[in-house]
Ligand binder design. Structure first.
Ligand SMILES: C[S@@+](CC[C@H](N)C(=O)[O-])C[C@H]1O[C@@H](n2cnc3c(N)ncnc32)[C@H](O)[C@@H]1O
Length: 198
C-alpha cells in the first residue's frame, strides 16, 4: 500500500497556518476541549511534550492572564512564549518533580502530548509511548491538585490496556478519544482522566 506523504500540507496544517498556530496538533486539543470542557480561565496547566508549542498557544489563550501554562520538552518551541507561559527545555525522564512543585506549586491540569521518535516497528513504538505516558502519569500524580485532570496521549499496542486500566484506579472518570485531526493511520489515542483521587 502507498504510504501517505506527510511532507505535503493537509487541511489541518493549512488551517493551523491560517490561524497562526505553529502546528496542526492544536486541532486535536481544540476538539477535545470542545467535547470535554478541559480548559478554563485562571487554570494552572502543565504540558509535557510541548514543542513546537501549539497546545501551549491554545491553552494560554483559554486560561487567560490569570492562568499559567508551563511547558516542558527536550526541543525548543518554534515561537516566543507569552506573559502567562513558561517553557522549560528538559527531558521528562530527568526533570525533578519536587523542583517543579517548589517553583510553580500544584496544577489544575496536566497535559501530555509526548510522542517517541518512531522506529517504524509498531510494537516498539507503542512500548516507548507507554513508557512516556507512564512517566507523565507519575509526574501528574505528584503535581496535580486533588480533583485535578489529566489528558494523555498514548499509542495503542503492547502495554496500552494495562496503562488504561491503571488510570481508572487514580481518577474518577477515564475516557478514550481519537480526534478527527489525528492522522488516520496513527495508533495514537488520547485518554482524558477527570478528578484525581489524591
Ligand atoms: C507531538 S509533539 C508535541 C506537540 C505539541 N503538543 C504542540 O502542540 O506543539 C511530541 C513532543 O514530545 C517530545 N518528547 C518526546 N520524548 C520526550 C522526552 N523524553 N522528554 C521531553 N520531550 C519529549 C518531542 O520532542 C516532541 O516535541
Amino acid at each position: 500500500m502507498k504510504k501517505p506523504d506527510y511532507s505535503k500540507p493537509d487541511f489541518y496544517s493549512r488551517q493551523a497556518k491560517e490561524k497562526g498556530y505553529v502546528a496542526r496538533s492544536v486541532f486535536k486539543l481544540e476538539e477535545m476541549d470542545r467535547k470535554f470542557k478541559i480548559l478554563k480561565k485562571g487554570m494552572r496547566v502543565l504540558e509535557l511534550g510541548s514543542a513546537p508549542g501549539s497546545w501551549m498557544q491554545y491553552a494560554s489563550e483559554k486560561v487567560g492572564e490569570s492562568g499559567r501554562v508551563i511547558g516542558i520538552d527536550r526541543d525548543l518551541p518554534s515561537r516566543n512564549v507569552r506573559g502567562n507561559e513558561v517553557f522549560i527545555q528538559a527531558d521528562v525522564f530527568s526533570v525533578d518533580g519536587a523542583e517543579l512543585k517548589k517553583r510553580f506549586g500544584i496544577f489544575d491540569l496536566v497535559l501530555s502530548d509526548l510522542a517517541p521518535d518512531t522506529s517504524g516497528q509498531k510494537g516498539t513504538d507503542a512500548m516507548r509511548s507507554v513508557a512516556l505516558a507512564e512517566r507523565a502519569e507519575g509526574l501528574a500524580e505528584f503535581l496535580l491538585k486533588p480533583g485535578g485532570d489529566f489528558l494523555v496521549k498514548v499509542f495503542q499496542g503492547p502495554g496500552f490496556e494495562g496503562f488504561n486500566q491503571g488510570l481508572r484506579l487514580k481518577f474518577r472518570s477515564v475516557k478514550s478519544f481519537k480526534p478527527k485531526s489525528s492522522r488516520p493511520n496513527s495508533k495514537e489515542i488520547y485518554i482524558f482522566c477527570k478528578r484525581f483521587r489524591a
